[in-house]
Design a protein around this ligand. Structure first.
Ligand SMILES: Cc1ncc(COP(=O)(O)O)c(C=O)c1O
Length: 440
């Protein structure tokens, strides 16, 4: 088997597995018929191998999850020890001891010490928790979110996810309790108008009075969009003045991704609720919503029953993996390494801009960076970005696009990626872009 990056070994095994999946899996799940997907077999750090033995560098952290690197030894060891002791507990009746250790360690890293958690498995679960507790605390089910937002796809989360592709098939079940304010321009030109829009929406009459605002401190799936400086703290001030619950959805930005443990800390905001997921378990599903007392105390047990819970709440493996992630972040000084990722992406993207004229914008923070493309001559860049992703995969780089038009190349590698690997992978992306733009 070749040690060289790229698809030298072909795609025979990947194709076989994809055919088997096509026969058994709902067609919506995966593009079984296209020749793009590879079947993943092994991943360590930022290096990945597929079913045919082809090798790749991962610039995605697999949906932003492997922030500390794939199969980080601290995560792996924590899982090994925990799975030798207790695989499953009864989170809301007889909990596992590791849950207390995990919550204590997370608690030490939050912007206030009175946050209380409800743990869960997916990012959407954490958003559901925030929305349910906000409604219970305020008696108001209306929520203001932002255009371009992505907060997950479960029934409640979908109400505040703006991206139309996800809403359209399920429009008949949406209640309309999510309202959407414009996302502010990066230069702050319309920030005051956006805040006015939030205030008016919060005060407007309607079937769902508004009790909460939910925001991604940097929009991820909406195209890696960063709000202007000061916008988030102005929003927090507005929410406090209007009596609105402020929820920061840090499922993508949290746990070190942008160079601070939480993005709200870089923005000096102390939200009423913080949703975490993705990186939290280093590859093991664990998420949670951390709420200040106004919210956390709003829901009481019904006698012996927890009323917002689930079978796997506080799962021992998730908690153990989460402790491993925190150790990996600290010992590897990974928060500091986010700045190196940002600098490398900016340096390479400047070269691509000069070489191709197809880079419209470079934005993001730390290990959450986006390069927006345009077609040669200035048209929409979605098709070009798709071709770059496909070509990069062939040469050994796993890359994805973000944004409703798919025109933003997203760079969210493990923060532990060796600088040489990062440089090599970015050079391969640059080559893919140059070659694709050279095609008449
Ligand atoms: C900001 C944000 N919130 C929530 C979610 C939903 O997380 P999950 O897919 O784990 O349900 C995502 C997923 O991409 C996200 O980016």
């Amino acid at each position: 088997m070749s040690r060289i990056l790229g698809q030298q070994a072909g795609r025979r095994h990947s194709r076989t597995v994809l055919r088997a999946l096509a026969a058994r899996e709902a067609p919506e799940v995966l593009d079984h018929a296209s020749d793009f997907p590879v079947v993943l077999c092994k991943a360590d750090g930022a290096r990945v191998r597929d079913a045919d033995g082809n090798r790749y560098i991962d610039l995605t952290s697999f949906f932003g999850v492997a922030t500390v690197g794939h199969r980080h030894p601290a995560v792996f060891d924590a899982l090994r020890v925990q799975s030798g002791r207790l695989l499953h507990a009864m989170g809301d009746v007889h909990p596992a001891d590791v849950k207390a250790r995990f919550l204590r360690e997370i608690g030490r890293r939050l912007p206030a010490d009175d946050y209380r958690a409800v743990l869960s498995l997916n990012g959407s679960d954490a958003v559901e928790t925030a929305l349910k507790f906000a409604a219970a605390a305020t008696g108001k089910a209306g929520v203001i979110a932002f255009e371009g937002s992505y907060h997950g796809l479960s029934a409640g989360a979908l109400e505040v996810t703006h991206l139309p592709a996800f809403r359209t098939p399920f429009a008949s079940m949406l209640s309309g309790r999510g309202r959407f304010a414009p996302w502010p321009a990066a230069d702050g030109a319309d920030a005051a108008a956006v805040l006015d829009a939030v205030r008016s929406a919060a005060r407007a009459d309607g079937p769902f009075p508004v009790g909460a605002v939910i925001i991604e401190p940097i929009q991820g799936r909406g195209g890696i969009r960063v709000p202007p400086p000061g916008f988030l703290s102005d929003l927090a001030t507005l929410c406090a003045a209007e009596g609105l619950i402020l929820v920061f959805d840090e499922v993508y930005t949290g746990v070190g991704r942008t160079g601070a443990f939480l993005r709200c800390q870089a923005e000096t905001v102390v939200p009423d609720a913080i949703c975490l997921g993705k990186s939290l378990g280093g590859g093991v599903p664990v998420s949670g919503c951390w709420m200040r007392p106004r919210l956390a105390d709003a829901v009481a047990r019904a006698g012996v029953e927890a009323v917002h819970t689930s079978t796997f709440l506080g799962h021992p493996l998730g908690c153990a993996a989460g402790l491993g992630v925190l150790k990996a972040l600290d010992h590897g000084h990974l928060l500091k390494k986010a700045a190196l990722v940002e600098a490398a992406v900016r340096t390479h993207a400047d070269r691509w801009r000069e070489a191709t004229g197809c880079v419209r914008d470079v934005r993001g923070a730390g290990g959450l960076m986006g390069v927006e493309l345009q077609a040669p001559g200035g048209g929409p860049g979605g098709e070009l970005a798709g071709r770059v992703v496909a070509r990069a995969l062939k040469t050994g780089v796993i890359l994805l696009t973000e944004g409703p038009a798919g025109d933003v190349l997203a760079f969210t590698p493990p923060l532990s990626i060796p600088p040489r690997d990062l440089d090599q992978a970015l050079a391969l992306v640059g080559r893919a872009l140059t070659e694709e733009t050279a095609i008449p």
